[in-house]
Design a protein around this ligand. Structure first.
Ligand code: HEM
Ligand code: HEM
Length: 155
């Protein structure tokens, strides 16, 4: 990733993986407790606390990384008008996750809390698809840049 230290992309990928896996393992318990769904499996009390701690640590780090992406990555993509649609969808997804996450914490009203959970899970589950689309778009942008003559044009 241009303009970032060598390990940045690795940290980004590790954080996204931890965020998604922790969200997935918390999901059955949340559906059982909030929506009273009968689920075949959910985390036990102690393990659930560790799952929630991993989720909290990874979303804190992810919000920090989003700030770092904003200052260089998003601006560079915007100026070059590359990968904007899938990047914008990703940004919107993180915005909705942060808002619905706050809703999970603070909405006292049960039906609003359930709505926040449904939105949080639906948007959360769409993240890998959005990321794959974004990475494919990045490869297309790179191939376009590497076309003969394009480099000189870009310089
Ligand atoms: C930057 C992205 C995300 C943010 C800011 C975020 C934020 C939050 C917050 C604030 C909570 C409530 C309290 C807590 O357990 O700490 C939460 C819970 C939860 N999140 Fe996320 N989350 C994100 C991504 C995801 C993803 C990708 C998934 C699913 C794959 C997911 C699934 C869940 C689940 C199932 C819960 C538990 C709800 C409950 O126990 O009632 N989250 N998240
Ligand atoms: C908001 C969350 C975003 C995340 C997590 C994200 C993440 C990524 C990742 C992982 C790659 C692939 C890098 C690689 O494999 O080397 C990438 C590439 C790219 N993204 Fe984003 N992106 C985001 C938003 C955006 C936005 C809003 C734009 C455009 C305005 C954008 C434009 C690009 C471009 C042009 C590339 C290819 C060139 C490069 O790697 O810098 N991204 N992005």
């Amino acid at each position: 990733m241009k303009g970032y230290p060598a390990g940045f992309i690795l940290i980004l990928r590790a954080t996204l993986t931890a965020l998604f896996i922790s969200g997935l393992i918390l999901a059955p318990g949340a559906l059982e407790m909030r929506l009273e769904w009968a689920v075949p499996w959910s985390l036990e009390g102690g393990t659930r606390v560790w799952g929630a701690a991993l989720h909290a640590a990874s979303y804190f780090i992810m919000l920090f990384l989003l700030g770092a992406l904003w200052t260089v990555h998003l601006r560079a993509g915007w100026v070059r008008q590359e990968n904007v649609l899938s990047g914008g969808l990703l940004l919107g997804a993180f915005g909705l996750l942060a808002l619905s996450g706050l809703g999970l914490y603070y909405l006292g009203d049960v039906s609003l809390g359930n709505l926040a959970l449904a939105a949080h899970l639906l948007v959360g589950l769409s993240l890998p698809g959005l990321l794959v689309a974004h990475i494919l778009g990045a490869k297309r942008a790179q191939a376009h840049l590497n076309r003969p003559g394009r480099r000189i044009e870009a310089e």
